[in-house]
Design a protein around this ligand. Structure first.
Ligand code: GLY
Ligand code: MN
Ligand code: MN
Length: 438
């Protein structure tokens, strides 16, 4: 980012905090609270060990404080007062203490440094404590722990992004894009999954523990494992495909991008599948606008997948019949996407703006976003198509099985599958793709 861009971001950040303060004042008053105390959280220690697991700061804490990874710290928000940030600053010569940036937002907080991780004393009044805090601590404070209605209202306040948040998501995408280009190169150079992951981390300039989620780097059949969690150390002996789903976190805000590449051993059908899934995604993004029902887009993805499988000769029935018989669900068991922000699967995806629960349809239980699109939402658009034997094999003996060309499925299987995932902002007029061309 240039100095000018940085200055704009700092201004946007101050505007974000001012708007957040007004929103919180309204919500706290509406729910009858004199204030809310947020706990950052802290990393879990491995059992009987002195090592800690990786850690993510609580989303509502980061909505105010742009320090991903901050732990053992507290934030008190009260109407009419500057937010009070209590940083954990123990006398510790093993670790580097917190160094706050030279940024305008720091001046808008009342900041104290405390040697112990204990919460601050609360003034008289009705207070909520939000975060991963034990009940005894909250009882001693005389406060209420994670009140559901207040939590739901604060979740809702994260759904429509401010200009500052959109700038952060855009920057996270730009950095992730650099990593994706390097990952593609490492794959075409014959790298193993681990080499691809290291190329991704290097080019996107981040350590593994700072990732918003563990990169999914699936070569060949591993591309069909939706959350594949390993990295082969040796290059694969065949070069069918790479599916890489990898992100970046910028000031707490996450990118979540997937690309799929056809290797030198890929079939024409697989290249056609990548092209077709990409085109389904582009067409759906074109139709995004405020007021559009996201589950309807998910349904259109299935219709598009049915048509594509037919065009590629993988099925012999109509798109509608493929959807009705559950064939497309077996090829794509996940949802079209989700809200994106301080969490990769961001809060409030399955509730209406008034808090009414919006559960996913019974036949699409993995759909994480069941709302109508609104200006300022940032969502992922991630159609996919995979050969997952556990889901497809049961169709072999079902009536739908006769509509599937099993030889074509077998020929596709060594490629694993395809997912194409971009991060898209809903604007007043339509949509803007925040993910750079990769
Ligand atoms: N990377 C996880 C997801 O795409 O939802
Ligand atoms: Mn995603
Ligand atoms: Mn993803």
């Amino acid at each position: 980012m240039s100095d000018n861009t940085n200055e704009t971001l700092e201004h946007e950040h101050l505007a974000h905090l001012a708007a957040l303060k007004a929103t919180y004042d309204t919500i706290l008053a509406a729910h009858g609270f004199d204030g809310a105390l947020f706990y950052s959280g802290h990393p879990q220690r491995h059992f009987a060990d002195d090592q800690h697991a990786s850690f993510a700061t609580y989303g509502h804490f980061m909505h105010w404080v742009p320090l991903a990874g901050l732990d053992h710290s507290w934030l008190l928000v009260r109407p009419g007062q500057a937010p009070r940030l209590q940083l954990h600053a123990p006398a510790d010569f093993w670790h580097l203490g917190i160094e706050l940036p030279d940024a305008a937002w720091v001046e808008t907080f009342d900041i104290t440094r405390v040697a112990t991780p204990t919460p601050p004393r609360l003034p008289a009044g009705r207070f909520a404590v939000l975060g991963d805090v034990d009940a005894e601590t909250v009882r001693a404070l005389g406060a209420e722990l994670n009140p559901p209605a207040l939590t739901q209202a604060l979740d809702e306040a994260r759904v429509r992004k401010s200009d500052y948040e959109i700038a952060c998501l855009r920057e996270a995408n730009r950095r992730a894009g650099l990593g994706h280009r390097a990952a593609r190169e490492a794959f075409f150079d014959g790298g193993a999954e681990l080499d691809i992951q290291l190329a991704y981390l290097g080019a996107s300039r981040q350590r593994e523990s700072d990732l918003p989620y563990q990169s999914i780097v699936g070569v060949n059949r591993h591309a069909a494992v939706l959350h594949y969690q390993h990295y082969d150390l040796s290059p694969a002996t065949s070069h069918h495909s790479l599916l890489i789903d990898a992100g970046h976190r910028y000031r707490g805000y996450s990118a979540d991008i997937t690309r799929t590449w056809a290797g030198g051993d890929a079939s024409d059908a697989f290249a056609g599948l990548i092209e077709g899934v990409t085109s389904i995604q582009h067409d759906l993004i074109e139709t995004m606008a405020p007021g559009v029902d996201y589950p309807a887009l998910h349904a259109r993805m299935h219709q598009g997948l049915g048509a594509l499988l037919g065009e590629l000769g993988i099925i012999r029935c109509s798109a509608t019949a493929a959807v009705q018989q559950g064939i497309t669900r077996a090829f794509c068991p996940h949802g079209l996407g989700h809200l994106l922000g301080l969490q990769v699967h961001d809060v409030a995806g399955r509730q209406a703006s008034d808090g009414t629960a919006l559960p996913p349809p019974a036949e699409h239980p993995a759909l994480r976003l069941t709302r109508t699109l609104e200006t300022g939402m940032v969502v992922t658009m991630e159609p996919g198509c995979y050969v997952i034997p556990m889901l497809l094999n049961p169709l072999r003996d079902a009536p739908a099985g006769s509509d599937i060309d099993w030889a074509a499925v077998e020929a596709l299987a060594p490629h694993g599958g395809v997912r194409i995932e971009d991060n898209v902002l809903v604007t007043g007029k339509g949509a803007e793709n925040l993910t750079p061309i990769i």
